[in-house]
Design a protein around this ligand. Sequence first.
Ligand SMILES: NC(=O)c1ccc[n+]([C@@H]2O[C@H](COP(=O)([O-])OP(=O)(O)OC[C@H]3O[C@@H](n4cnc5c(N)ncnc54)[C@H](O)[C@@H]3O)[C@@H](O)[C@H]2O)c1
Length: 256
Amino acid sequence: MILKGKKVVIMGVRNKWSIAWGAAQSAYEQGAEVICTCSADSEEKVKDLLKEMPGTSVYVCNNVSLDEDIDNCLNEIKKEHGKIDGILHAIAHANTEDLRNDFILTSRDGYAHAQDVSAYSLVAIVRMAREKEMLNEGASIIAYTYFGSEKVVEGYNVMGVAKAALEASIRYLSKDLGKDGYRINGISAGPIKTLSAKGIKDFGSILDIVEERAPLHRNVTIKQVGDSTAFLFSDMSSAITGEIIHVDNGFSVVGV
Ligand SMILES: NC(=O)c1ccc[n+]([C@@H]2O[C@H](COP(=O)([O-])OP(=O)(O)OC[C@H]3O[C@@H](n4cnc5c(N)ncnc54)[C@H](O)[C@@H]3O)[C@@H](O)[C@H]2O)c1
């Protein structure tokens, strides 16, 4: 029970395949009070899922491209729950055509959209949570990223560039948040079949390649990523900040 007495906000639960759902389950198992956020179109589905975790609540944060949506959502959470001990950012989006065409064809709008939703939103959420003084001492922020930020992954395109910005933002935010004793880290998860992943061309072959080449010869589960998330939320990781931890069965360390 490494999260007993902690309140954590899990942003980006869409359905039972969402990696954020694995994080919600792990945090709950470890004794945390879990507060989820989702887009308006997933609210009913998420409410249904949460029936298996009594005491868990859900709030709509419909569009993280709008400061107003983030602001309203955080205000509601603060009003109902007071200060929190952690936030998970599990949110990303790119236009389908930018994941289907060659990267060189990415439009200015498509590039800006992927950056805004998938990277800048982390900065906005963390800043607003700090301004609202809703973070408890020792609070821990986590964001999900992917190996396509480091190396070229066929079809990941503009999302790889957005994840590179997200990872750099985590490092810069660690410096600012450290002044208040808060931590922030990224988890670079191995590929997992989720609704978002379906947008990536030939995603099935990425899973096959991981199984073949990763040192542990298997793909990761949302439970495994969730458990690592619980560790980063917990005081067991109190000296880790500004870090990107790979939870990928070792795939990222393999060269030839
Ligand atoms: N699936 C993978 O292989 C994989 C691997 C590594 C990292 N990730 C990352 O994990 C995170 C969660 O993705 P997932 O794969 O579980 O897919 P998912 O589709 O279940 O979750 C994506 C979430 O982003 C939310 N979202 C998208 N645009 C939004 C917006 N404008 N405003 C508010 N919310 C918005 C969706 O509502 C959804 O809840 C993402 O950051 C993704 O890049 C995924």
